[in-house]
Design a protein around this ligand. Structure first.
Ligand SMILES: [Fe+2]
Length: 377
């Protein structure tokens, strides 16, 4: 497996110096290049508090440790599970049945391929969607994607829920919105281009939970190989390793490792950014599995925290473009995408099949993707 590391982008530099300064221009360029080359980066942000992440992880471990009937009360299938809880074995990794995606796997060196998802049934992971959006000042065409939040009922959890979710969610949202500004500048666009396009996006704090009492064998798939349908996904530290990402232009599987200390977040590009950039930036493939380090961590936590539930929580936030935004490739980026693509072909690097990014509303794109992964009829 690859030991490549991801570029680190310093948000502190961006926030503390004038936009025209060399240091900021350089950092923005680095952010854009990281997204083009890797589809992912590590973000350093001194404002982020590890304690907030920890309180969030504790809360979600306690929540998913409840009996199933209690969790079922928070399901909203009629809203495509876009708020509340999704229990395990509901969501299918789209890639298992999707031809372009299977082609991506086929093109990878066998040593760098994901765990085999062709026989894999729906993912054995649960999830909670907590919306962190601002109500649009106009009538939206996509009401189901903008439904109100679900607060769990049990007394112990109810009290902590909203403040903990909001606090940690806001840290990640602020960080990813600043990165949107950096990426826009680095791509030669006005600073607010992406941030404004997502001002009323149905952003989601979206932790997943994997029951490590049930799924603890090496090479268990917790979430099969896929890309995210939103614009950018940002993650805080998880207590258990197991997230692998594929860097677009390297074809290498990279096990995500955060620097051991310090305030870092991981960011990955999603489908909306791919679409808007005409394929200049590709949505990043990833999987969550039980690998050797996961197994070691399970053993260690079993001893160190015998009273805590053995549940792997991912600290994930999906940042979306606004549902009513017209999604079409930005011409300057699309033209650069064509240049990058023909350079890659000349160099003999086989890229993904040529994709046509049709114009549509963002809400339409989301609904198309949800149908694919069996969350919407
Ligand atoms: Fe994902």
């Amino acid at each position: 497996m690859s030991t490549a590391t991801l570029p680190v982008i310093d948000l502190d530099v961006f926030l503390s110096q004038p936009q025209q300064s060399d240091a900021v221009v350089r950092e923005c360029q680095k952010a854009a290049d990281a997204l083009i080359t890797y589809g992912a980066l590590l973000l350093h942000d001194s404002r982020v508090s590890e304690q907030d992440n920890s309180a969030f992880l504790d809360l979600l471990e306690d929540y998913f440790n409840q009996p199933e009937p209690e969790l079922r009360k928070d399901e909203r299938p009629e809203l495509g599970y876009q708020v509340g809880v999704t229990l395990e074995n509901t969501e299918k990794p789209k890639c298992a049945v999707d031809e372009p995606c299977l082609n991506v796997i086929a093109r990878l060196d066998p040593a760098e391929r994901p765990l085999d998802i062709t026989a894999h049934q729906p993912d054995p992971k649960c999830r909670f969607f907590w919306k962190m959006s601002q109500k649009p000042p106009y009538e939206t065409q996509f009401a189901a994607l903008n439904a109100p939040n679900v607060v769990p009922e049990s007394d112990d959890i109810k009290e902590r829920w909203e403040p903990t979710m909001e606090k940690w969610g806001k840290s990640m949202k602020d960080a990813v919105e600043n990165l949107c500004e950096m990426a826009a500048i680095g791509l030669g666009l006005p600073r607010e281009t992406f941030k404004e396009a997502g001002k009323y996006g149905p952003h989601l704090l979206a932790p997943t939970a994997s029951d490590l009492r049930k799924y603890n064998k090496k090479d268990s798939i917790l979430a099969g190989f896929h890309t995210d349908l939103n614009f950018l996904t940002i993650h805080g530290r998880s207590r258990y390793p197991g997230l692998h990402i594929w860097a677009r232009n390297t074809g290498k599987r990279i096990p995500v490792k955060f620097p051991p200390t310090g305030r870092y977040l991981l960011v990955q590009a999603g489908k909306q950014l791919e679409h808007l950039s005409g394929g200049l930036i590709k949505a990043g493939f990833h999987e969550v599995v039980v690998n050797e380090s996961t197994v070691e961590t399970i053993e260690r936590r079993r001893e160190e925290f015998p009273d805590r539930p053995l549940i792997r929580i991912s600290s994930t936030f999906f940042w979306h473009l606004s549902s009513d935004y017209d999604l079409a490739p930005i011409p300057s980026l699309a033209s650069r995408a064509r240049t990058v693509r023909s350079a890659a072909m000349k160099a003999g690097i086989s890229e993904q099949d040529d994709v046509i990014y049709e114009s549509m509303k963002v809400g339409q794109q989301v609904q198309n993707e949800l149908r694919h992964i069996a969350l919407m009829a």
